[in-house]
Write a protein that binds this ligand. Structure first.
Ligand SMILES: Cc1cc2nc3c(=O)[nH]c(=O)nc-3n(C[C@H](O)[C@H](O)[C@H](O)COP(=O)(O)OP(=O)(O)OC[C@H]3O[C@@H](n4cnc5c(N)ncnc54)[C@H](O)[C@@H]3O)c2cc1C
Length: 86
């Protein structure tokens, strides 16, 4: 009985039937490639004085703060870097 209980708990699967759609989506995947951005300044490697932050970048994580942290950190870096060019 213990074995069956273990199987039930560990191997119970939840097939995904559909995703919720754009209305309840929390984060977007895709965006400007990380290869095209300087990670120390968030400046574009292609267009000078153009900076990318947050959702615009091709980076996303599970909910739990990763996307917010990415937005805050890249925003801070981009703002600080853009401020230096003025
Ligand atoms: C319902 C929901 C729940 C979420 N929960 C979590 C979570 O638990 N943990 C987590 O890490 N992430 C979560 N996220 C994702 C997180 O909120 C985003 O990744 C993050 O806020 C992205 O920040 P951002 O500054 O790049 O973009 P945004 O926060 O979308 O900011 C973009 C801003 O630009 C403005 N804007 C748009 N167009 C123009 C324009 N033409 N001119 C001027 N302004 C413009 C918009 O009004 C907006 O204020 C959630 C998102 C949603 C929608």
């Amino acid at each position: 009985m213990r074995g069956r209980l273990e199987l039930l708990l560990c191997e119970y699967s939840f097939p995904v039937e559909r995703v919720g759609g754009y209305k309840i989506a929390m984060v977007t995947a895709g965006g400007v490639s990380l290869q095209e951005i300087s990670p120390k300044t968030m400046e574009s490697k292609i267009v000078k004085n153009l900076y990318f932050t947050g959702e615009v970048i091709d980076i996303d994580g599970d909910t739990g703060g990763y996307n917010l942290q990415a937005a805050f950190s890249t925003g801070f870096l981009a703002g600080r870097s853009a401020g230096k060019i003025l």
